[in-house]
Design a protein around this ligand. Sequence first.
Ligand SMILES: Nc1ncnc2c1ncn2[C@@H]1O[C@H](COP(=O)(O)OP(=O)(O)O)[C@@H](O)[C@H]1O
Ligand SMILES: [Mg+2]
Length: 315
Amino acid sequence: MTIASASSSSPKELLRPRGPDLRGRTLLDRFRLDALLAFGGMADIYEALDLRLRRRVAIKALHPEHGRAPDQRRRFFQEAVLGAQIDHPHVVPIFDHGEERSLGGEPVLFLVLPLLQGVTLRQRLLEPAMPIADALRLMIQLLDGLAELHKLGAVHRDLKPENCLIVQRQGRDHLILLDLGLAKIHTGPLLSLAPSSAPGAMIGTLAYVSPEQAREQPITPAADVYAVGVILFELLTRRVPFPGTTALEVLSAHASEQAPSVTERAPDRGISDDLEALVARALHKGSSPAPRERRSVPPGTPGHGGAGSRLRRRL
Ligand SMILES: Nc1ncnc2c1ncn2[C@@H]1O[C@H](COP(=O)(O)OP(=O)(O)O)[C@@H](O)[C@H]1O
Ligand SMILES: [Mg+2]
């Protein structure tokens, strides 16, 4: 299980890559890596120039320890193929996948992505509390992006603020879902790509894992809806529902404890009863995740302007 994927976002000059320092190197005589942008639990992300097409791109270079394991290599290839199928404004697409073997050190497996200028939702959470209507709009965008992924037969499995980038489009916040690295393809034409990890193998980031993941049961798209519930909870109250102090404590809370009430955690936020009920439904647990499935939500208007009811239609 990936307990944390410490994504860094300090100023560029302070950043150090987790893997080999590839700044100044050129991959496959084509991608010149100019600056380190960030890193995650699996990879370093560089700003690069595609010398052939003469455009700036982002390169996601897998940390070499992951590039050695056949299962991880397969997972990285799956990330590439899945991302290459995506054509949606709220999910990052993948342009290409490659492996550079002649840099002298270990081979470098990498993905080529559009270069996005933005901040992660994690960085946004460090700023003063976001107005509720803005938080709801971002969650609508996230759910729209997820629906695209679910249509392809995949579950993201690693939704968290670090994997959501906020860019500006027409002067407004626009969320782009990142990091299909832990996605589980459970059905559809891409099924043959899925790595051989056991169906219930626990994977994800502790604070956002669904009850099904915590119990090592097979997961469905409802697991992602649960994680959206956790993120929305965090946007509203600035804390995740189950912070816990040990991994075991957090997992057992996800598996069986009822989530606290958002209104009790943030009494001054003016959260409507309907929105509170919506968050509770997204965080539903029990023997079946069915109440989290899309379109199972009864009518009602959560308030907070049009965003509330638009969110309800998607959750
Ligand atoms: N296309 C991109 N453009 C700009 N920054 C990106 C891009 N993709 C990822 N990042 C940054 O890199 C971080 C790690 O990327 P991610 O794909 O989540 O890697 P990992 O699989 O290692 O977690 C993200 O949190 C984000 O800050
Ligand atoms: Mg990530």
